[in-house]
Design a protein around this ligand. Structure first.
Ligand code: FAD
Ligand code: NAI
Length: 453
């Protein structure tokens, strides 16, 4: 069977590319070995945010007294929450299947194996069937990094050590949870389990949490979490695990934490083995598929998008990269830009950032100014948050008089950041931003306050 495009991997990059290419009239085959929706929909973005939303509702109930709403008998029905999460996921998976059908995409469920390149195109095997694609888009995503620390492998077999996948489906709330890695997955899950009653310890090897996040935001975020009872062990190296403990080293001294579950969240790596990339000579760069700004690999007519190219590892980046690939396949030149892609940590409080941090601006030798305002310059924020702790930090390029970075902690920054992203992407001048009318009262006004300050 001959196709114009074979897409391997049905996550955000793969299903969106298939939909767009099908919509444009190409004959498209999408191959997915698990469930369409990929990591994002089945074990990432959507299930984690569904759980986090329940935790937020619980937080409102617990702390409702601060807003004059007393809830005396609060019951958290964990089983119900997990079942609701599964329902949300299933609804969205069905939605994607429907859209694929509407766009005349053929979906094959099974593991793809690339065999060879022939004169007709690329030969791909799924079970007993052989398919040929004139072009191919690789969108096989990423998987959790499992470090070779003694006790980890055995712990995984016993269900003591978990990845992002298993932690979403726990039947019993752990009494004591250790999170190894204080990045985005670690923090979102630490925040969730802390809210629903686990005693949580995060072990991070660096001196700050949330990796590349602005240092002031990272510090405040940690303060918020500590206030809620999460413990952090920074600059700490896990050395081994027993059946009930995580042993780590800090300042040359060995320590241990007792726990009933461990979450391993020290990063993810692109999936580039086990499906025949080597059979057609696709080049890798530090374990990721090497692509140019149009999503092309070194092999003509083979494109790659999403986590597998190792560039950003976010679903919204994967969507856009997929569109760039499809546009180029259709002969409409399109390039990928990464400088205005927002990052969000969906805990309570939310963190949302886009563009340069002070650290990266300095590294690039930019001439910039910084202003930081407390979120309670916004009336709406004060009305809705009585902690008054949020901040919004703005970086302006002095030479070109435009925004280069915005970093926020406080709710609902995840809903504000897109507008800021647009300003950075379109290189709006500060004077033009000053002329914009922001709806009042909204927390987004903090940006206007900041620019005028
Ligand atoms: P994936 O979603 O990984 O999909 C790849 C697909 O390819 C998989 O379904 C896999 O089964 C399939 N596949 C692999 N090999 C083969 C083969 N040989 N044959 C057939 N099929 C194959 N990003 C955000 O932007 N926002 C968030 O809030 C967010 N939250 C996250 C929370 C967690 C816990 C995790 C783990 C990730 C989160 N991410 C988030 C990241 C996001 O999930 C990824 O960036 C996104 O899923 C990448 O999409 P993708 O299409 O590149 O790959
Ligand atoms: P990450 O890269 O965000 O964080 C990993 C953390 O683990 C880092 O802080 C690192 O210093 C630390 N670490 C590494 N090795 C360690 C060790 N041996 N001991 C202790 N700490 C160690 O990776 P994470 O959290 O696994 O997430 C992977 C990716 O998934 C993210 O980079 C992001 O792209 C995506 N994601 C996005 C989300 C969002 O947008 N809200 C939510 C969850 C994931």
């Amino acid at each position: 069977m001959l196709y114009d495009l074979i897409v391997i991997g049905g996550g955000p990059a793969g299903y969106l590319a298939a939909e767009r290419a099908g919509h444009a009239g190409l004959k498209v085959l999408l191959i997915e070995k698990n469930k369409v929706g990929g990591v994002c929909l089945n074990e990432g973005c959507i299930p984690s945010k569904t759980l986090l939303h329940s935790a937020k509702v619980l937080d409102y109930a617990k702390y409702g007294g601060k807003y004059g709403v007393k809830c005396d008998a609060i019951e958290y029905d964990h089983k119900f929450v997990v079942a609701r999460k599964n329902k949300v996921v299933n609804t969205l998976v069905s939605g994607i299947k429907m859209k694929l059908k509407m766009n005349k995409v053929t979906l094959v469920e099974g593991q793809a194996m690339i065999l060879e390149r022939t004169l007709e195109g690329f030969k791909v095997q799924v079970q007993e069937e052989i398919y040929i694609g004139k072009r191919m888009l690789i969108a096989t995503g990423s998987t959790s990094i499992i470090p070779p620390i003694p006790g980890v492998e055995a712990g995984m077999k016993k269900g003591f050590v978990l990845t992002n996948k298993e932690i979403l489906d726990l039947e019993i709330i752990p009494k004591k949870l250790v999170v190894i890695g204080g990045g985005v997955i670690g923090l979102e899950m630490a925040s969730y389990y802390n809210s629903i009653g686990s005693q949580v310890t995060v072990i991070e090897m660096l001196s700050k949490i949330a990796g590349g996040t602005d240092h002031d935001i990272s510090k405040l975020l940690m303060k918020h979490y500590e206030k809620k009872g999460i413990e952090f062990k920074l600059e700490s190296k896990v050395t081994r695990l027993t059946d009930t403990q995580v042993i780590y080293e800090a300042d040359g001294v060995e320590h241990q934490v007792d726990c009933d579950k461990v979450l391993m969240s020290i990063g993810r790596r692109p999936v580039t083995t086990g499906y025949g990339l080597e059979n057609i000579g696709v080049e890798l760069d530090r374990g990721a598929i090497k692509v140019d700004e149009q999503g092309r690999t070194n092999v003509v007519n083979i494109y790659a998008a999403g986590d597998v190219n190792g560039k950003s590892m976010l679903a919204h980046t994967a969507y856009r990269e997929a569109e760039v690939c499809v546009n180029n396949i259709l002969g409409k030149k399109d390039v990928m830009r990464y400088h205005a892609i927002p990052n969000v940590i969906y805990t309570n409080p939310e963190v949302a950032t886009v563009g340069e941090t002070e650290e990266t601006a300095k590294e690039k030798g930019m001439d910039y100014s910084v202003t930081t305002l407390k979120m309670n310059y916004s009336g709406r924020y004060v009305a809705e948050n009585d902690d008054g702790d949020g901040i919004c930090k703005v970086l302006i390029d002095k030479k070109y008089n435009r925004l280069i970075g915005v970093h926020m902690i406080g709710n609902p920054s995840s809903e504000i950041i897109f507008g800021v992203s647009l300003m950075i992407e379109t290189e709006m001048k500060i004077d033009d931003i000053k002329e914009l009318v922001f709806p009042h009262p909204t927390v987004s006004e903090i940006l206007r306050e900041n620019i005028f300050s």
